[in-house]
Design a protein around this ligand. Structure first.
Ligand code: S3P
Length: 430
């Protein structure tokens, strides 16, 4: 299915954003590891998260949806009869590899779609193997993990990856040895926050080598009730649209504003965006807030490598904002984008160029020479990547001529209802 976005009148109103994807995966996996009934509100019902839900059922948990609540009954894990299909979801594969690695007598093979099968898994297998894990396979999926009694580890998490850190912490739940991850640049800490909600506090020390994140002595999880805030990566789409479409004023309520996720919003603010946070509160250990964005003239930005981790999934949306900022923007340290759901750096460059924006990639850096206006009139190759599809549809809302994306089904991996939410604030997406 193709979609076309055309120049919109001012966008306005409330954009209801579904639950955070990272937190939804973690909530399902931790609830499945805790013996008994956990209740999760606001869980994201996207293809990626449904892959995790199916996987935990295959390991023995029961999952029931009653309205906005998902009820999970955690049971001792058993080996699934079939390979665990992770679809397009790196988080499903990497976190479950960790969880299984530390469970003696559980064995599972993980498979993925073509994109996921081509993504590196050695970054997870290597530290797990140092803990004593038994893993058969190469750098990509399929891989088979045979759970066993694990030892400890001190792992330096470079390049910063929350999936690698989380796999190690989940594996460590099956060990009684010291388990520490050291992060010179911190990655998102949803696993640490949620482990505490399930009764396993994790310590975090700020040291000269970076953050030292260590599992505590208590390694068994208790079931709990959680509420999941709206996904800041999904909220980025209607909010960037509001920033670039003249006259817009859009509010996204209840968005997770964990500082390890808000790099895009800080960058937009530095670019002169009219952004306002209100109603900040704590929900299940995470900070959430309502984010209001009004249109403003944007200035170009300079993003340094250490700033990228806190906006790693929002770089396509940031690149779109930069295209509308008059002047040269420079975003450095984008090497990790090459191993996401597509070669995202290549896809951003090709998409911008197709829309008449002058841009260049130099090593891991992206330069965008904005003119304050964008021609559009392009068909974008999404390479099956949900975030590329959504970002370029947003670009089309402020471009002079319509922008088409070649394939839109993949949007459901992270943001089902994207088109409806965008239309609800006035976007013209057909
Ligand atoms: C995620 C971590 C990030 C992010 C991905 C989700 C997570 O990946 O890009 O979409 O839920 O832990 P890395 O762990 O590779 O940084």
């Amino acid at each position: 299915m193709k979609l076309v976005a055309s120049q919109a009148e001012a966008l306005g109103g409330r954009a209801d954003i579904p639950g955070d994807k990272s937190c939804s995966h973690r909530a399902l996996i931790l609830a499945a590891m805790a013996q008994g009934e956990s209740r999760i509100n606001g869980l994201l019902k996207s293809d990626d998260v449904l892959a995790t839900a199916k996987a935990i059922e295959a390991f023995g948990a029961t999952v029931e949806w009653t309205g906005a609540t998902c009820v999970i009954e955690g049971k001792p894990w058993t080996s699934p009869a079939e390979p665990v299909a992770c679809g397009n979801s790196g988080t499903t594969a990497r976190l479950l590899m960790g969880a299984v690695a530390g469970m003696p007598d559980v064995r599972a093979t993980f498979t993925g779609d073509a994109s996921l099968s081509a993504r590196p898994m050695g970054r997870v297998s290597a530290p797990l193997e140092r803990m004593g894990a038994r893993i058969d396979g190469g750098d990509g999926l399929p891989l088979t993990v045979c759970g066993t009694q694990l030892g400890g580890i001190e792992h330096r998490n470079v390049p910063a990856s929350a999936q690698v850190k989380s796999a190690i912490l989940l594996a460590g739940l099956g060990s009684d040895a010291p388990v520490t991850v050291v992060e010179p640049v911190p990655s998102r800490d949803h696993s640490e926050i949620m482990l505490a909600q399930f009764g396993c506090p994790v310590s975090v020390d700020d040291t000269s080598e970076g953050w030292r994140i260590s599992l505590g002595d208590r390694r068994s999880l208790s079931p709990c009730q959680l509420g999941i805030g709206a996904d800041p990566s999904s909220a980025a789409l209607p909010l960037v649209a509001a920033a670039i479409v003249p006259g817009s004023d859009v509010v996204a309520p209840g968005v997770i504003v964990n500082p390890l996720r808000t790099g895009l919003y800080e960058t937009l603010e530095a670019m002169g965006a009219d952004i306002e946070l209100s109603n900040e509160r704590i929900q299940s250990g995470e900070i959430v807030a309502d984010i209001r964005m009004r249109h403003a003239e944007l200035l170009p930005c300079h993003v340094r490598p250490e700033q990228v981790t806190a906006m790693i999934d929002e770089i396509p949306a940031l690149a779109v904002a930069c295209a509308f900022a008059a002047g040269e923007s420079l975003i450095e340290g984008l090497g990790e984008l090459r191993v996401k759901e597509s070669d995202r750096l290549g896809a951003i460059l090709a998409g911008l160029t197709a829309c008449g924006v002058v841009a260049a990639v130099d090593g891991d850096s992206l330069r965008i020479f904005g003119r304050g206006e964008v021609r559009g009139r392009a068909s974008i190759a999404t390479l099956g990547d949900h975030r590329i599809a959504m970002a370029f549809l947003v670009l089309g809302l402020a471009a002079q001529q319509p922008v088409e994306v070649d394939e839109a089904e993949m949007i459901a991996t992270s943001f089902p209802g994207f088109v409806e939410v965008m239309r609800s604030v006035g976007a013209d997406i057909q």
